[in-house]
Design a protein around this ligand. Structure first.
Ligand code: ATP
Ligand code: MG
Ligand code: MG
Ligand code: MG
Length: 544
């Protein structure tokens, strides 16, 4: 009998799901609850004050335990949606060599963090992973039989953002989910694109915050198909035009990053920094690629612009002609018919830096003209600030061609793989969800991502209440509810009540003096502030 080997499958990780059930055991450095309702406080600042995150430096953040729980919940939704469309998870390096980026022409991109090792070899911190994943797939795939391939990851990205001032919404280091798809034909790539959009709808519907989808202007990205997913928020840096009677939406933000075009080896290659002047003029500064435009020049040209202010300033590296056309198009769109503005651009040369000035009309979100909707009859358009939370791209052969990702087709010919790429800003989502759902009492998470569903708030220093909380915790856990006990003894009961609202879990159960006298607890909805009284064992049925 002992000749038969036993395979031990019980893994240690299964035993590690020990739930935190007490706030006192969770690392939660709470701020002062008193200064609530400051309307100007950013959601990032609220997240810091509530103990979810910490700021390391401009655009770089640490997640504390409550922050990581939200991130994990977002990741779980994403993993589910990715498995629904048959995508497999990978984990690609953050530290890359420039080889593939030189091949695609993107090494000149100004947003890349570049570094050298001790032997002066060049490296970069990955701002995105098209080059890396395409290289992997190009090495492995040789036949149509190996396609389609769908690969995704959730990992850190690094971008030298010119204006990292939207808190965690615009990080220089941030968490992104990125999916890359590889197909044989355009037709198959289109079907994949629709699958990915289905996955996006699953993700954004699961999160449960209202979102808008806009078809990106195909003119600006060379005819590629692309959609952007936005949350409406005053903290946003995009401007979204939405129709009130159909689902038409478009992003008109002048400072949006224009995707870099194929500019490898192009003699017209330039970098462009652009911004809007106070008098409504669009300022365009052309300068040598590979580095940012001198900050002093921006200050001279945009005298009212302070690094860290509201003015939209963006930067791209692109084919000079393409960029010029794009600017002229913006100019055309923004100058109203019959206006008496002069025929510009005026060109100013400062050394090897060229500055173009276009008169243009800034789209004012408050007073956006009620034009007729281009997609339905009689719809009225409104403009609002918005945050881009996701982006889908049909890429065609943009990366597969320069990186030689090819396959042998059924008929024996060599073909180039058709690609798509899709990104969702996970750390941006934490911040923007916080922003659009919060109220004057603090954070107010949707159930989908709330770190806990219920917090049991106990009056300190009572053994009877502490025992009742433990019993209630057990009832809630048995009912499949994620609960936590606020058993912190060093805080007053009143402080704990407002902190519970500030932390923003969907339901609060309050065990205080009333319980000692009558055996009743208060069950309170964080969002609506509706309250019911009930006995401990009735609580689970009050929370659905
Ligand atoms: P933006 O227009 O805001 O600069 P992007 O168009 O450059 O974003 P993509 O390259 O499309 O961003 O990346 C995919 C997703 O990653 C975006 O939709 C966004 O949600 C997120 N993202 C991009 N840049 C940042 C950033 N600096 N910090 C946090 N999330 C980001
Ligand atoms: Mg964008
Ligand atoms: Mg960007
Ligand atoms: Mg984008």
């Amino acid at each position: 009998g002992d000749a038969c080997p036993r395979i031990e499958l019980r893994s240690l990780t299964k035993a590690s799901g020990v739930a935190h059930n007490r706030l006192s055991k969770l690392y939660l450095p709470s701020g002062t609850v008193s200064a609530r309702g400051e309307s100007k406080e950013s959601s990032t600042d609220v997240l810091i004050r509530a103990g979810y995150i910490r700021k390391s430096s401009a655009g770089i953040y640490s997640l504390l335990p409550l922050g990581t729980i939200i991130q994990r919940k977002l990741m779980a939704i994403i993993h589910r949606s990715m498995s629904m469309i048959g995508a497999s998870e990978v984990s690609l390096p953050a530290l890359l060599t420039p080889t593939a980026w030189q091949a695609t022409g993107r090494w000149a991109n100004t947003e890349i963090y570049k570094l050298k090792d001790a032997s002066e070899s060049e490296f970069m911190l990955a701002p995105t992973h098209e080059e890396e994943i395409t290289t992997i797939v190009a090495d492995e795939v040789s036949s149509y039989r190996q396609l389609p391939v769908r690969l995704y990851q959730i990992g850190k990205k690094y971008r030298d953002e010119l204006r990292p001032r939207a808190g965690m919404m615009r990080g220089r280091e941030f968490m992104m989910m990125d999916l890359y798809t590889f197909d044989t034909t355009v037709e198959n790539a289109m079907a994949t694109y629709e699958d990915a959009r289905g996955a996006y709808d699953f993700i954004f519907k699961s999160i449960g915050v209202e979102y808008a989808v806009s078809e990106a202007d195909s003119g600006s990205i060379g005819g590629d198909l692309s959609h952007e997913y936005h949350y409406i928020s005053s903290a946003g840096e995009d401007k979204l035009i939405k129709c009130d009677s159909c689902d038409y939406a478009a992003n008109v933000e002048v400072a949006a990053s224009f995707p870099p075009e194929e500019h490898a080896g192009n003699p017209f290659e330039v970098a462009v920094t652009y911004g809007l002047l106070d008098d409504g003029t669009l300022l365009v500064i052309y300068h040598p690629p590979g580095r940012k435009v001198n900050e002093n020049l921006i200050k001279r040209e945009l005298p009212t612009y302070q690094m860290g202010e509201e003015d939209p300033v963006g930067s791209v590296v692109a084919n000079g002609d393409m960029m010029l056309q794009k600017m002229i198009r913006i100019y055309d769109e923004r100058v109203p018919e019959n206006s008496s503005l002069p025929d510009l651009p005026i060109q100013v040369n400062i050394g090897n830096i060229t500055t173009l000035r276009f008169p243009c009309v800034e789209v004012d979100p408050e007073n956006f003209p009620n034009e007729q909707c281009p997609s339905c009859e009689g719809g009225v358009l409104t403009a609002s600030k918005a945050v881009e939370v996701g982006h889908t791209f049909y890429l065609g052969t943009k990366y597969s061609k320069p990186l030689k990702a090819t396959y042998q087709s059924k008929d024996g010919t060599q073909q180039i793989i058709e690609m798509g790429c899709y990104g969702i800003g996970v750390s941006r989502l934490i911040d923007v969800i916080a922003d659009v759902t919060r109220d004057e009492h603090g954070l107010c998470w949707p159930v989908s991502v709330a770190p806990f569903e219920v917090v049991i708030v106990t009056k300190p220093k009572s053994e009877e209440i502490s025992d009742a909380a433990t019993t209630l915790y057990q009832h809630l856990t048995d009912a499949g509810c994620e609960a936590i006990i606020d058993d912190r003894e060093d805080k007053s009961f009143g402080w704990k009540l407002s902190d519970a609202r500030f932390l923003g879990f969907p339901a609060n159960v309050i065990i205080g003096n009333k319980f000692l006298k009558t055996g009743l607890v208060d069950v309170e909805s964080r969002r609506t502030a509706e309250k019911v009284e009930c006995k401990i064992d009735e609580v689970p049925e009050r929370i659905s």
